[in-house]
Design a protein around this ligand. Sequence first.
Ligand code: TK8
Length: 337
Amino acid sequence: MSIFRRTLIAATAAAAFTAPFASFAQDIKPRLIRFGYGLNEQSNQGRAVKLFAEEVEKASGGKMKVRAIGAAALGSDVQMQQALIGGAQEMMVGSTATLVGITKEMAIWDTPFLFNNAKEADVVLDGPVGQKVMDKLQEKGLVGLVYWENGFRNLTNNKQPVAKLEDLNGIKLRVMQNDVFLNSFKTLGANAIPLPFSELFTALETKTVDGQENPYNTILSSKFYEVQKYLTVTNHVYSPWIVTVSKKWWDGLSKDEQKVLADAAKKSRDFERQDTRAEAAKALGDLKAKGMQVNELSAAEANRMREKLGAVNASIAANVGEALWKETQEAVAAARK
Ligand code: TK8
């Protein structure tokens, strides 16, 4: 064996031995990550982005820096998605519902009453079906890392308490920019108006719209209680958020750098879900204390709403494909056992 070969083997062995222990041996370059999100810094979304940023800095020995930019200062969900695809922004978190225009399979998560509780959502989103839908983003220039919890959505408005379906008639209701939400609320009789979340508070304040629907956490952190009187507990759909990366940028990262982001994303997910659930558990009380008038639907009215909304299922199945629809139903059924 030549001196050269012997030296090479020794060097390789030494590197293999020290690599796991020395972060300087990792292939990590200085990186700046612009991470945009729509809610305020003081929200479940803001808190989890902050934790993600801290984890990335720690795991990269301070080389990878996350600049967290909230309150839609980098644009609405839809605008940020385009910036990621084009490579002008590195990361974001936003609603899966606003991705439906890019990846139609995302509409599966907009199915009304798909999940009965958060545990079912976790099992399905973190399982093979969730992964499959997430992977679909890649062909469109996005890499999905994890799903976070936005939460079960509830209805607020400024006109009247909604105790029965007919109370929705003519209410100008802001919905997310996607056909499932548009059709769902049209079906229920509301005058559904798609708007980006970043324009929602002003639209409510100026009475361009009468109402909106979002989880308790968001109604609280976005101060919708200042411009909305009535809250109806509907839990009509579970909304996931999804953490995405620009594929253009991701493909230029080393394996070590990608791992730093993927690991931090998982930590942020676990933290975010816990934090969101703890906040949601007390948010309704907080909203009442802020003066919101809260009502629950009677069982009969909740059923009428559920039945009406069932009408959109066929179009969701047609859009996402019957195979994915069926697979999702089976995954939910398995999670329910
Ligand atoms: C925040 C949105 C928000 C969503 C909405 O950017 O648009 O109503 O629930 O969380 O993604």
